[in-house]
Design a protein around this ligand. Structure first.
Ligand SMILES: Nc1ncnc2c1ncn2[C@@H]1O[C@H](COP(=O)(O)OP(=O)(O)O)[C@@H](O)[C@H]1O
Ligand SMILES: [Mg+2]
Length: 352
């Protein structure tokens, strides 16, 4: 079986490092504090949180704001979560304060409890009631943990939603929130701008890539004997990005294991993966304006985009910001193209 995993939450033998972060999160959850966890996508936020949560007996409710379409939707997803976690009798009893009567039904296929509401004009009321219910069901000896993924979407759902949510959270006790986000600049605006309702809401933790030494050991151990140099080549290409490292390692493992390839195996695996995505990259490139193309070309050449003679630094900078927002460029200690295979594609096709 392929010893590398990508695209899903990793746990058990597939999970490595994050010792300090696991301890830090666990410790925070033991207090009244809330947690804000930030990293670009696919750095391992979900996997880390899952690991921490697997070590607790406390009830956990998970929401992803990417899939929340309105304030009403948020309230009903919250309620659905509560129905899953707590006995119906207890919840029903705690719901007597509801001003808009929810309609409960059982999905006969899945057996899950479904909640809907009479259409209402006052969405704020529903949210208030749902948030108050959360406070009623959580217990001091088994404090609820609410995980909200892609939290930066909070400002897009409805104008004023962030403010309302924050003021309702204010009154809740006996629970911790873990708020995850992959759009760094938006998350910073939400939690670090004085005017934002979520200013200093929780302890902010930034998840870095996996450190080289740890990842080197992880990859080497899983490849055939004597593959340390190969593992090092993999990490040089992926710059220790958790997802892409697992993806490339997986491809290398297959070529070594099934095709017996040893020579140039990393560059051959890389080429195979670039070719596999050729169509996507071409489409992506076609949709970029010339400024962004210049910026990416600079980055692919390991040059800082601001040193581009072809465009003004301010033009390069706004191009960078735009692509960071789109997730195409990330910043760790310097700016880099998020997907190393796209970087390679640019090198092969654009730079001759
Ligand atoms: N601690 C880890 N050890 C090994 N691989 C990891 C780890 N964390 C993440 N990965 C790799 O990165 C991928 C994305 O992880 P995920 O937790 O979904 O990231 P995020 O929630 O930040 O988008 C995983 O499928 C896995 O391949
Ligand atoms: Mg995730």
């Amino acid at each position: 079986m392929n010893p590398f995993r990508f695209g899903t939450i990793v746990e058990g033998q597939f999970f490595t490092d994050r010792v300090a972060e696991t301890a830090q999160l666990t410790q925070k959850l033991d207090s009244e504090n809330h947690i804000v966890l930030i990293s670009p996508r696919r750095f391992g936020k979900s996997s880390l949180v899952q690991r921490v949560l697997s070590q607790t007996e406390r009830p956990v409710l998970q929401l992803d704001l990417q899939y929340v379409l309105s304030v009403d939707d948020f309230a009903s997803q919250l309620l659905r979560g509560i129905f899953k976690l707590y006995p119906l009798e207890k919840v029903r009893h705690a719901m007597t304060h509801f001003r808009i009567a929810p309609i409960l039904s059982t999905n006969i296929v899945t057996g899950a409890m479904e909640v809907s509401f009479q259409p209402t004009t006052d969405v704020g009321v529903l949210l208030e009631d749902a948030m108050a219910l959360v406070d009623k069901v959580t217990q001091p000896d088994k404090r609820l943990i609410i995980v909200i993924d892609e939290f930066q979407e909070v400002v897009k759902i409805k104008k004023g939603f962030d403010k309302q949510l924050r003021s309702l959270m204010q009154h809740q006790k006996n629970l911790n929130y873990i708020l995850l986000g992959s759009q760094e600049s938006m998350m910073e605006a939400i939690f670090e701008k004085k005017k934002s309702p979520f200013y200093h809401f929780g302890q902010m933790i930034r998840l870095p890539k996996i450190p080289y030494e740890d990842f080197l050991l992880y990859v080497t151990e899983r490849l055939p004997e004597g593959s340390q140099k190969i593992a090092d080549d993999i990490l040089k290409f992926t710059t220790c990005h958790p997802y892409y490292t697992q993806q490339l390692s997986s491809q290398v493992w297959e070529m070594m294991e099934y095709q017996g390839i040893r020579e140039d195996v990393v560059s051959r695996a890389t080429m195979a993966l670039v070719a596999m995505h050729d169509l996507d990259y071409e489409r992506l490139w076609q949709n970029l304006n010339r400024t962004d193309r210049f910026t990416l070309r600079q980055l692919a050449l390991d040059k800082q985009p601001m040193q581009n003679r072809n465009q003004a630094p301010s033009t390069s900078y706004s191009s960078l910001l735009r692509m960071i927002k789109a997730g195409m460029v990330v910043r760790s200690d310097h700016y880099e193209i998020e997907d190393p295979f796209f970087r390679q594609w640019i090198k092969q096709n654009i730079i001759q």
